[in-house]
Structures are given as C-alpha cells and as structure tokens.
Design a protein around this ligand. Structure first.
Ligand SMILES: Cc1cc2nc3c(=O)[nH]c(=O)nc-3n(C[C@H](O)[C@H](O)[C@H](O)COP(=O)(O)O)c2cc1C
Length: 205
C-alpha cells in the first residue's frame, strides 16, 4: 500500500489491502480527486504499477469507446455523494479493452463529512448481461443470510458510515455494532468491509 499521508485512517482503506477485488481510494479534498491508495488486485487487473496509479484521477482507465453517458453517471453520483455501480468500457495499460463493473461509494468521517471515495473494479466477460444478473442474484442471496440487524448495519456501512455513527443511529453500543459487523462479514463468506459494500450495492440494498 502506498500513497499520501492519511491513508490508514478509515477502516475501509485498511480492508482493501486484503481484498482480492481491485480497489482504489481517492481523496476528493485534493484537486482532481486523485487516487491515494490502490491494492495489488487493481494493478493485476489494469496492468499499471502502483507508482503509475497513485496521484492520478481514475479516468485514465477510460478511452475511445468508453460510454460518455456512463462516465457522466459516475461524475453525477460523485458530485451528489451517492454510491454508483455501472458497467463501463475501460482500457488496461496495454490498451486492451475490458468491461468494468465499477462501484464508486463515498466514505464519511465521524462528523458525517465526506472523507474519501472507494472505487472497486470487476472485469466482466463481454457477454456481461448474464454475468451482472448472476452477480446481482448471488449478492441478493448472500444478503438474505443476514439477520435484520446485520442487514441494517450492512446498509449503513455501505452508506460509508463508521461504527460510532452506526451505533448512534441504531441506539446500540459501539461494541455491539462491531460484534454484529464481524458476524455479518463472516456470513458474507468472510468478506472484507470493502467487499461487503460491493455486495450491498450489487444486491440493490
Ligand atoms: C474512487 C473512484 C474510482 C473510479 N473508478 C473508475 C473506473 O474504474 N473507471 C472509470 O471509467 N471511471 C472511474 N472513476 C470515475 C473517474 O475518475 C471520473 O470521475 C469520471 O471519469 C468523470 O471525470 P470528469 O469529472 O473529468 O468528467 C472513478 C472515480 C472515483 C472517485
């Protein structure tokens, strides 16, 4: 892991280190919303070394056949601090095109202030319609394994909230939230927090 200064101060940032899903975190408080952290899976997927990634806006993955309306949808969601999941044409370092199911979600600090954006990228087969349907169905069935409380917590985690805020929102102690959260991650096949956020959005939670 690499990047400027504060990159370990959000649990989602720590969790992407161990994620098999290509993931980046960007800092919207810096000009151009640059990537500050990228994991090994992101390098493996895109072919870029970490030193070619950190400090740049993620739009370097776009190219000739990237759908402008999908880029606009991502841009609009970023501006409104809303999560977004789109399947967009992107390009690897060697210019190989790939269909990218990209998720971008805002992460908030303890005072509900926007802190970072998490991005995660999954390469889809070119016949992606069936695949995205499968991912949706898989995510829905995983979310169904959760208790109502765990689902509530997953929803708040996917909204970028931290344990302290979740505890406050649900009138629980932070310890109780953390206990539910680790049970919830175990039920989602030991997903990292970042993976759980993705499952939540894919499920349409
Ligand atoms: C964390 C994060 C991850 C992103 N990942 C991708 C990506 O994988 N592919 C992509 O085409 N755009 C991605 N974007 C969107 C681009 O960075 C950029 O916001 C978008 O292309 C709009 O650019 P513009 O504001 O210059 O028009 C990501 C944005 C963020 C904040």
């Amino acid at each position: 892991m690499n990047g400027a200064g504060r990159q370990d101060d959000h649990p989602v940032i720590r969790s992407i280190r161990n994620s098999p899903v290509a993931s980046v975190v960007s800092d919207p408080w810096q000009p151009e919303n640059p990537i500050i952290v990228a994991n090994d899976a992101f390098s493996a997927l895109t072919g870029y070394r970490r030193d070619e990634i950190v400090g740049r806006n993620c739009k370097f993955l776009a190219g000739e056949h990237t759908e402008p309306w999908l880029t606009h949808r991502i841009k609009d969601s970023i501006a409104r601090h809303q999560p977004v999941l789109v399947e967009i044409m992107n390009y690897k370092r060697d210019r190989t095109p790939f269909r990218n199911a990209v998720l971008v979600v805002p992460l908030f600090d303890e005072h509900d202030r926007l802190q970072y954006f998490l991005g995660s990228q999954v390469e889809l087969p070119f016949d992606a319609l069936a695949c995205s349907q499968t991912r949706h169905e898989r995510a829905v069935s995983m979310v169904k394994r959760l208790s109502r409380r765990q689902r509530e917590i997953l929803q708040l985690v996917a909204d970028g909230r931290r344990s302290k805020q979740i505890a406050w929102t649900l009138h629980l102690s932070e310890e109780t939230v953390k206990m539910h959260r680790s049970l919830m991650l175990a039920k989602l096949d030991s997903a990292t927090t970042a993976d759980a956020v993705r499952i939540a959005v894919e499920a349409g939670l």
